[in-house]
Design a binder for this molecule. Structure first.
Ligand code: SF4
Length: 230
């Protein structure tokens, strides 16, 4: 039976580095803003939508030069809705972005160094306390913006676990703990955030290229290890 560290090796051999999370560093250099905030915003905008729609919304925010904590915390809600409209569910997402930005502004003066320089579980609990931020969004922010070692579980991961199958119940926390426990025994602590980063991205690539709703198993790099495959 395949284990997470083997899964990582096979997927990495097949697809290589995925270079997540995309952020426009040159924009942030030019405007003296924090690129990690783009990841925070992207993690909320990507809820229930495809990434190209998120990119359009992020482009609108950049063109209006408001992709920073203070601007999103204070800007007119209707204006924000218009800018993020391409990402769908824009009323809901504008409210979430406004509240999170206001929280970061008032509690941490918008300083993400201060926000992320604490115990991972303390930050996670704080994020989960905010409305509209569930485990997947919170963990994406922690891993991809904060570079903190926590494995992100999404619908693709759950589907893959069910198909291989991996010997775990399919709750978010149990899948996360199973992956982390296995990977922690194979990699040193200082490498874990980059391993979690790559593995989640690799699973997304696998799900898009092969392990779709209707799977394309023949060219899949996991077919020799998968009970669901050919
Ligand atoms: S063999 Fe098929 S079902 Fe199994 S992981 Fe690959 S694409 Fe998914």
């Amino acid at each position: 039976m395949i284990r997470p560290h083997t899964l990582y090796k096979l997927l990495h051999e097949a697809f290589g580095n995925q270079h997540w999370w995309p952020m426009d560093k040159s924009y942030h250099r030019r405007h003296h803003t924090d690129p990690r905030f783009e990841v925070v915003v992207g993690a909320i905008l990507t809820q229930n939508t495809a990434w190209p729609n998120v990119e359009k919304a992020l482009d609108n925010l950049k063109q209006s030069r408001v992709l920073d904590v203070e601007n999103l915390a204070t800007m007119d809600r209707e204006e924000l809705c218009l800018l993020i409209k391409p990402s769908g569910f824009f009323n809901q997402k504008a409210e979430r972005l406004g509240k999170l930005s206001a929280y970061l502004s008032t509690t941490y003066q918008g300083d993400l160094d201060v926000f992320f320089a604490r115990d991972l579980h303390e930050i996670r609990a704080e994020l989960l306390f905010l409305s509209g931020i569930g485990p997947e969004t919170a963990d994406s922010i922690l891993l991809y913006a904060g570079n903190l070692p926590i494995f992100v579980v999404d619908a693709y991961t759950k589907r893959l676990c069910a198909r291989l199958p991996l010997p775990i119940p399919l709750t978010y926390d149990e899948i996360q703990q199973y992956f982390e426990k296995n990977l922690q025994t194979h990699y040193p602590a200082h490498q874990l955030s980059s391993i979690y980063n790559e593995l989640h991205a690799l699973i997304v690539t696998l799900a898009k290229q092969h392990c779709r709703k209707k799977p394309v198993c023949e060219p899949c790099p996991l077919k020799m290890h998968c009970a669901f495959g050919p």
